[in-house]
Design a binder for this molecule. Sequence first.
Ligand code: 4NP
Length: 155
Amino acid sequence: MKILMVCLGNICRSPLAEGILQYKAEQEGLLWTIESAGTNGYHVGEAPHRLSQKVALLNGIDISHQRARRFTAADFKQYDKIYAMAEDVIDEMQRIARKDFDASKVDLLMNELHPGKNMDVPDPWYGTEPGYHEVFAMIDQACDTIINKYRVLNP
Ligand code: 4NP
């Protein structure tokens, strides 16, 4: 399994999603590749937001080594599954990938937890620390579902 987590800046939500799913996959002994990217280039090369790093570490996950990169059309060739944190992220992915956009590989992350509800993971960028805890909890639950769903088929 090669999974890509995508948000806008690749510094708040998708670094948490990468770190959380990587941690859970390792705990289960799954040899999955999990990475993340952002649809805008404003923070390329930066480490995750300090509050994403803090909240991850409070939950035993170190994401400090991650560096932001931009989502590209070629990502559709590299990954089996691409999870977007929100609807506006999918719009941006379509704009970037154009003819290479492969809807069969894309879903909103929260649809794993609440199928068909099309819920966004809210962007904590303009908010304070509680928003990052809320986002962590949402992503954490969705990642549990992903592990349970795919681990039998993709060890
Ligand atoms: P993220 O949050 O998409 O969860 O990484 C954002 C971070 C930065 C910006 C937007 C969203 N920005 O426009 O700089």
